[in-house]
Each structure stands twice: as C-alpha cells, then as structure tokens.
Design a protein around this ligand. Structure first.
Ligand code: EPS
Length: 390
C-alpha cells in the first residue's frame, strides 16, 4: 500500500490518494472525521485551528460504505484559503495584484525547512517552501492513517497514543488497565496526558512559553495491541518493521528521535535486564514475561504490545526571534513575527498514532496480501492460530 499527499497550507485543499487497499473493507467518512477532529485539538495551538474544521470528502474508491479495490481519494478543504486566494492562486498573477502579492519571504526561520528548501529548488520566495513544509500536511497523513486504523481495528488491532512529556514536565503515571482506559482518559486531557497533575504543569509550561514568545516540544508514545507475531522481516533490511515505524515517526514535522520499549536505556543495562524471557501457554501461545524491547525482535513483531516513542522539538516559528540572514540583502536580521502554535505535541500524538497505524496496515497487506478483505482477515487470523499452536 502507498499514498501520496498534495496541497499547500493556505491553498484550496489537501488531497491524498491511497493505493493498494483490499476490496470489501468497510469505510465511512465518519471513521476519518473522528481522527481529523482529534488532531485539531490540544492545548497550545494557535489561531489557525479556530479557522479550520477539518472534514473529509471521499472522492474515489468507496461505494456504499466499502472499498472497491481502486485507489481511495480523500480531500480536506482549507477554510483559510478564502483569505489567501490571491497570494496562493494557481493562475498567473494579474498585473494590478503584483505589488500586493509579490512580497517575497526572504527571511528563513532557523530550524524550519525555509532555507534548505530554497537552496534545493531555487525558490527566492520562501513561501514556496513553507507552504508545503507546514505541518498542515499532517491533516491528510492523518486521513490516510485513519483508513489504516480502520483496517487494523477490523483485524482486531488497536492503536493509541499519549503525551508523556512536554517542555521538561514528564507524566509519572505509567500504568493503565487497558488501552480503552488510556484512550478515555487522554481524550479528556487538553494535553493528552494520563497524569492529571503533570498535565496541569504541562499547560502551565505552554503558557509560560507563549508569554515568552517561545515554543516547547515533548515526547509522545504510541501503543499497539493485537499485532500478530512475525510481521516484518529479519531477512530484508528494508522490510524490518521497526525501521519502518522509526522512519514514519521521524517523518512527522519536527520529530527528531525514536525509541522502542526501554529505548536508549538499553545502552546502560546488561543483556539480562534488557531481553524479555519467553514463555508459552495454550491460551496465549508464546509471549514474553516483560516487554522491554517494545514488541520487536529481529525486525519483526513479537505479538507483544508495540511501544514506540517519538521526540518532537519545539516548533521553529517563534515570536521571540533568533538570528538569521535575509537572502536578498545578506544582512543579519532577528525580527520575525508569524502566527504560530506554541506547542503542538498533543496534536502530534494523534499524527504519530496514525502514521504508525499506516505502516502496520501496509506491512500486513504486504505480507498477507489479498485482493479481498475477507481473505486478508482470515489469513491474519490463521497466522495468530498457527503461532499459538506452533
Ligand atoms: C504551521 C503553522 C500554523 C499552524 C500549522 C502548522 O499555520 P498558519 O501558518 O496558517 O498559522 O497552524 O498547522 C496547521 C495548519 C494544522 O492544521 O496543523 C507550520 O508552519 O508548520
């Protein structure tokens, strides 16, 4: 399975086309809209989220609530487009609009794609870069992920995410009785945190950052339950499933690092405190007494919960300026005021959940391929039974 996305932050719409879904999978626009709404929430977002109300139009690949096997096309309109029709218009510029519209962005923001993107494509107006490098694009990545989540949930696989750290404030609640409980609690938290006290302090840290014209980052954790064992590969470097999840996580705007299970702690512990002992019982089949490796051994799922964390740096669009260079004058400057989020970690948790769901669904479709969804479902169930009895 694969998908492409298209669209600029202040252009008319965002689009994704998904190829490779089996036919006969149930899918409603409400499955996607629910995820889009979750992504828009979160303490620390800027004014843009008050303008948008992201809803999907399914424009291909679905009939009467089921996939047809043909590409699924999804469109989300940008409400803000109406304020940008001249600046972001597709038609050549009218001479009378030139003065108003041709104001070039020539001041790259440190930490953003502005300068590198300009050097790559030769854009002297860096709007041509920032419009596409904007995290607005994650809207349709979430739309594609929502389709993947639907596929996973039909196969009995649940995905959830929560925020475990913002601006140096860490959640101290590590336990939850079920993924359902985790979802219920974090859905009610403005920062998607399981720990209400830490959540409060996270909001205070966001307020302080905002007052200072600054931004803060954090850490999100995605948990997946129900993956059958043996998905991925130990024989092909490019089919290792953990590497695909790592790549997906770092592909989210502003994400800089990934950990599985105990993560970087593994470097500081002996092997006897890192590896998970293997046991078997007739109900569960093979499982691990602990899950320090976060659901992966040898590039394949173990059948234990997948636990993957991603670290998001603070957003680089700051009210408090950092030094940079104007590419027209080559003069240093340090004043840049843009509308921005002071923290997007809670929204990024939803993005992480959905991009991880995509990779898992794609790996399952790849490994247990069937043109028909019913057969895919039966094959995945057969793999679970096979593994239990092996
Ligand atoms: C973003 C800048 C802001 C955010 C945007 C990401 O947009 P604007 O430039 O319109 O103020 O609101 O995020 C979204 C629009 C979104 O849907 O998440 C950036 O520069 O990355």
């Amino acid at each position: 399975m694969r998908y492409l996305t298209s669209g600029e932050s202040h252009g008319p719409q965002l689009t994704t086309i998904i190829e490779g879904l089996p036919a006969g999978m149930p899918l409603l626009d409400s499955d996607i809209n629910e995820e889009l709404a979750r992504r828009q929430k979160g303490y620390g977002r800027g004014r843009r989220m008050q303008i948008e109300k992201d809803t999907v139009q399914i424009t291909g690949g679905i009939r009467h609530g089921y996939t047809l096997g043909s590409p699924v096309a999804l469109v989300v309109e940008n409400n803000d487009w109406k304020h940008w029709t001249k600046i972001m218009g597709q038609e050549p510029l009218n001479p009378e609009d030139e003065a108003e519209v041709k104001r070039k962005i020539s001041r790259p923001r440190p930490g953003h794609a502005d300068l590198n993107g300009a050097l790559k494509y030769g854009h002297r107006d860096m709007r041509n870069v920032l419009e596409r490098s904007s995290a607005r694009e994650t809207t349709v990545r979430v739309a594609a992920g929502a389709v993947a989540k639907k596929l996973l949930s039909e196969l009995g696989i649940q995905v959830a995410a929560h925020v475990i750290e913002i601006g140096g404030v860490a959640s101290s609640v590590k336990e939850y009785s079920s993924l359902e409980e985790l979802k219920e609690i974090t859905e009610e938290s403005p920062v998607r945190c399981l720990d209400p006290d830490a959540g409060q302090k996270m909001m205070e840290a966001i307020d302080t950052a905002k007052e200072n014209g600054d931004s803060i980052g954090g850490v999100v954790e995605v948990i997946v339950e129900g993956m059958p064992p043996g998905v991925g590969s130990y024989v092909h470097y490019d089919r290792k499933l953990d590497s695909k999840l790592a790549g997906a996580m770092v592909s989210i705007n502003a994400f800089k690092g990934v950990e599985f299970g105990i993560g970087f702690e593994a470097a500081r512990k002996p092997g006897s405190e890192v590896h998970d002992e293997i046991v078997w019982d007739p109900e569960r089949g093979y499982y691990r007494k602990t899950n320090r490796l976060g659901g992966f051994e040898g590039g394949m799922s173990t059948g234990m919960p997948i636990v993957v964390r991603g670290v998001m740096k603070p957003i680089p669009t700051l009210y408090k300026p950092l030094q940079s260079v104007d590419i027209e004058t080559k003069e240093p400057f340090s004043a840049s005021i843009e509308r921005s989020d002071s923290c997007a970690v809670p929204a990024a948790a939803v993005v992480a959940e959905n991009v991880i769901a995509w990779e898992l669904a794609a790996a399952l479709v790849d490994q247990f391929y069937s043109d028909r969804f019913e057969t895919l479902k039966a094959t995945v169930e057969e793999q679970r039974k096979f593994a239990r009895e092996f």
